[in-house]
Design a protein around this ligand. Sequence first.
Ligand SMILES: NC(=O)c1ccc[n+]([C@@H]2O[C@H](COP(=O)([O-])OP(=O)(O)OC[C@H]3O[C@@H](n4cnc5c(N)ncnc54)[C@H](O)[C@@H]3O)[C@@H](O)[C@H]2O)c1
Length: 248
Amino acid sequence: MPADLKGKRIIVTGAATGIGRATALRVSAYGARVAAFDVNDAEGINTVNDLNEAAGDARYWHVDVADEVQVNGAVSAAAGWLGGVDVLLHFAGVLKGANVELDEFPEATWDSVVDINMKGSFLIAKHVSGVMKKQKKGVIILTASGAGVIGGSSSYAYGSSKGGVHGLALVMQGYLTKHGIRVNDVAPGAVDTPLKTGQIKQTYALTGDKTAYDAAMASLVTPDGVSKVYAWLASDEADYVRGTVFTR
Ligand SMILES: NC(=O)c1ccc[n+]([C@@H]2O[C@H](COP(=O)([O-])OP(=O)(O)OC[C@H]3O[C@@H](n4cnc5c(N)ncnc54)[C@H](O)[C@@H]3O)[C@@H](O)[C@H]2O)c1
């Protein structure tokens, strides 16, 4: 039985590609209205066109989640269009600096990854929670990663930023419940998206290890499969779920 999201007003960040796009398609198919945020305008508009062609109701905003002015403006505009925000599904993120030694890691790469992944999660949650507090109701789902929660990241900056997202979600869970806001962070397993395949290909180019490359590619799961977890977490059925959710 699909999650009941009829009439839910949902913001999906990172909706242009990968897990964000797959989840936008799924929640729209389950009846939600979708405000899609991304910096990849061509693919973001493509996602929204696909939703609307399938009888959905979606709009696109260009939003760099690391820029508070853009986040504030887009959240206000999307909340105005939707008439409120029931759910935030936050996927926007980047993986840079894979396989770079710590003593050679560029500060600019660190800043960029931490800005987008960690500060971006803070900024979008900050502005969406403001809307939800007034409603006294809402669901915020952030995307961390096993990379920052159980270890094994290919990038110092990526693993650190995702640990930060997980920490942010833990603090939010503690403080936002009293405002009627449920918070979860999801740590997806290895998923077949441009972010993950890019890292696997880069590692192969560096090591030339075809066996490891083939094994890594074969282990990937689909964005569509993972989107089912997010869609369910967005629904009222998941009311009693708290904390981090790991997917395979
Ligand atoms: N694919 C995996 O194996 C995996 C595993 C664990 C966690 N994740 C996380 O899942 C999320 C989605 O990643 P994905 O794997 O679908 O990769 P993806 O590259 O397909 O999706 C990331 C999306 O974020 C957008 N984005 C990047 N920078 C942005 C910015 N500054 N502002 C707004 N949007 C921006 C991209 O344009 C893209 O649409 C990310 O947070 C990623 O860290 C992915």
